[in-house]
Each structure stands twice: as C-alpha cells, then as structure tokens.
Design a binder for this molecule. Structure first.
Ligand SMILES: Nc1ncnc2c1ncn2[C@@H]1O[C@H](COP(=O)(O)OP(=O)(O)OP(=O)(O)O)[C@@H](O)[C@H]1O
Ligand code: SF4
Ligand SMILES: [Mg+2]
Length: 341
C-alpha cells in the first residue's frame, strides 16, 4: 500500500481515502454557520437577508448526508459557503481536522482540493468552446501538487471512476449528453481526491431516465472510495434513496435531523411531514398543506419560522424554537420533541 504525505495527512493510492478520514472523526464539522446576503436595496442599511441561521453539522467518513428543503431555504448557500464559492459566512468549520475560514473564503490550494462542489447544471459548468479536458485540468494540477500524480494520469483516473473513457476527454460539451457531462462534473471533483464533495441537485436538470444512473454512481463511489458527500435535493425521494442521514432545512434553519430511514419512517417535524406528503412516499398521519414560496418570506417570525404556515401552531410557537436532540434525532418544534423519546 503506497502513501503520499500531504499537509493534512496521507493518501492511500488504492482507495484515494485520506488516512485521517479513517480515524473516525468527522471529515467536516460546521458550527453555528450564518450567512447574510446584502442586496443592492439594503446596502448601507446594515441589513440583509439571512439565508442561513446558526447551522451546525458533522459529516462522517464515507457518509452521504442529504440536505432537503424547499426552493430558497438555503441549500446551495450552505454548499457555497463550505466550498468557499460564497464568502463572508459567520461561524466555524473544520475539514480533516484543520480549520476552514468561512468568513473570507480564502483557501489554501490544499483546502481547495479538499472541498469540491458539483453544480446543478452540467452544461453551465463547461465552456462550450473548449474540450472537456480543459475544464478538468485545473483540478488535475491541484492533485499533482499534493500527490505528484501526472496531470494526464489524473484525468484518465477521473473519467474511469465515473464510468467514461479517455475518448470522452477530447469531446466538446455539445457532443455529450447531460448525463455524460454530469459524470464528468463528478469526475472533475474526484480528481483532487477530495475529503468532501458537495453535490447541489446533481440530477434535477437531467432526464428522468438518467437520474437513477447518477444516483447509483454516487452510491457506488461511496462503496468503492469511501467518498463523503453532502447531497442537496428538494426531492425527499432522491434523498431517501441514497442518503444515510438527512438534514431538513426551513428558511435557513435546520428543523430536523436524523438517519434517513428513521426520518422517512417517523418524520417528527410538521415541515418534514409536509415534505413527505408532497413526495410519492407514504402519507404521514397528519399531512400539511405548504403552498407558499419561501422566497416570499420577507418577514421572519422571532418564534418558529414555520408558524405562519403551520396548522398546528399555538401561542407557545411564537417563542424561539431550539433544535433539541434525542436518540440520534434532532427536531426544532416543541410539539414534536416528545415523539423522539
Ligand atoms: N447572491 C445572492 N444575493 C442575495 N440573495 C441571495 C443570493 N443567493 C441566494 N440568495 C437568497 O438566499 C436564499 C437562499 O438561497 P439558496 O440559493 O441557497 O436556496 P436553495 O435552497 O438552494 O434554493 P433552490 O432550491 O431554488 O436552489 C434565497 O432567499 C435566495 O433568494
Ligand atoms: S413549533 Fe409550532 S408552529 Fe412550529 S412547527 Fe411546531 S407546532 Fe408548528
Ligand atoms: Mg439551490
């Protein structure tokens, strides 16, 4: 077994898994992450739209963590701040045991290697005028700096790991299908032997017929490489198919967390129950109608954020709701807490 030294640990050539990752501690820890966007209208006022409020999470080695919630709830923002695409997040984070700066977005080259982001639209992430190999070279050079692996070897390894051949590297994006391009996006992320891959709705822009293939590719990569992933979707069916654990986000806050099987079988929070009702999974006992676009939620209540939409709301719901943990589950709703015990 060959190991290469890196600033954060060592690599096993056979698996590509960072040795530190195997030690059992989370590959990624995020603590109390908040992110506020200041729109043009609000510049100078000191105000902004808080897209994420005190989000904490741990991602364990080889785990697929699903993040689910309606459009606008902050799913992409979470990934962008972790990956350094969006800066000025407030909070703490560690990757591979090393601190990650969320406030400046300044990353060393090794930190850029460690956290990879796969975008929703594969066509949007390849330059139509250039062969796809050009889009993979930046990451291949990051890999070479850390492991010494030649760029061409890294490119070939990447395409093979996602079920494509070296011939695909010479193609232009318009010569490839959406599914092939999304495979290449995932391959581009894998080139750097990342600690974490954040996949932002990786199947939603694809034909239904190829969505399953991509999800199977992801679960296969988890098995073969021990890859740790955060997978975003607004579709609980997708998440429950591949994820080990699920985070449910509502207007920038985690409202429920637990193992995927547990959450699907026994959703505790009224919002999770509503999401499940909207999908094709079995109806929970008390379905909710949620028909409001959260982008319109200009007013955030100081108490439970769901209160204006929740048919179970009572006076006590106007008090701030805290994420309460019990038996491996967490829920942010005083009424649902008792169901966890
Ligand atoms: N660059 C930006 N400037 C201002 N507001 C933004 C910006 N990006 C996102 N937002 C706002 O932050 C909130 C969270 O957006 P985000 O894109 O993270 O949501 P999402 O859960 O990924 O939604 P979707 O499912 O539609 O992709 C939304 O209200 C959005 O309008
Ligand atoms: S705290 Fe109240 S309003 Fe919020 S989800 Fe629970 S029951 Fe509904
Ligand atoms: Mg998004």
């Amino acid at each position: 077994m060959t190991h290469h030294e890196s600033p954060t640990g060592s690599y096993d050539d056979a698996t590509g898994i960072d040795a530190e990752v195997e030690s059992g501690r989370p590959v990624l820890s995020v603590r109390e992450l908040s992110k506020t966007y200041t729109t043009k209208r609000l510049i100078g006022s000191g105000k902004g739209y808080q897209a994420l409020s005190n989000v904490s999470l741990d991602l364990r080695a080889g785990e697929i963590l699903g993040v689910v919630g309606e459009s606008g709830c902050g799913k992409s923002t979470l990934g962008k701040v972790i990956a350094g695409v969006e800066t000025t997040g407030i909070g703490g984070a560690e990757v591979g045991g090393q601190p990650l700066d969320l406030a400046q977005g300044t990353r060393t080259r090794d930190q850029r290697r460690q956290v990879q982001f796969v975008y929703q639209s594969p066509r949007g992430s390849f330059n139509p005028a250039r062969r796809v190999s050009a889009a993979l070279r930046y990451n291949a050079r990051l890999a070479r700096e850390v492991t010494g692996e030649p760029v061409d070897d890294a490119l070939e390894r990447a395409v093979k790991s996602v079920g494509l051949g070296a011939q695909h590297l010479d193609r232009y994006p318009n010569e490839l299908s959406g599914g092939q391009l999304q495979r290449l996006s995932i391959g581009r992320a894998l080139i750097t032997r990342p600690d974490i891959v954040f996949l932002d709705e990786p199947t939603s822009s694809l034909d239904v017929s190829v969505r399953g293939e991509i999800l199977n590719l992801l679960t296969g990569l988890r098995e073969s490489m021990g890859l740790s992933m955060i997978l975003v979707s607004h579709d609980l069916d997708v998440i429950s198919y591949v994820a080990d654990r699920i985070l449910v986000i509502y207007v920038g806050q985690i409202v429920e967390e637990g193992s995927a099987s547990d959450i699907v079988a026994r959703p505790a929070h009224p919002y999770t129950r509503a999401l499940l009702t909207a999908s094709s999974l079995p109806d929970p006992a008390e379905p909710l109608e949620l028909a409001v676009d959260v982008r319109d939620a200009s007013f955030l209540p100081t108490g439970c954020r769901l209160a204006p939409r929740c048919p179970l709301a009572e006076a006590r719901c106007s008090e701030p709701q805290h994420l309460v943990a019990s038996h491996g589950r967490s829920v942010r709703c005083w009424k649902a807490e008792s169901t966890l015990r």
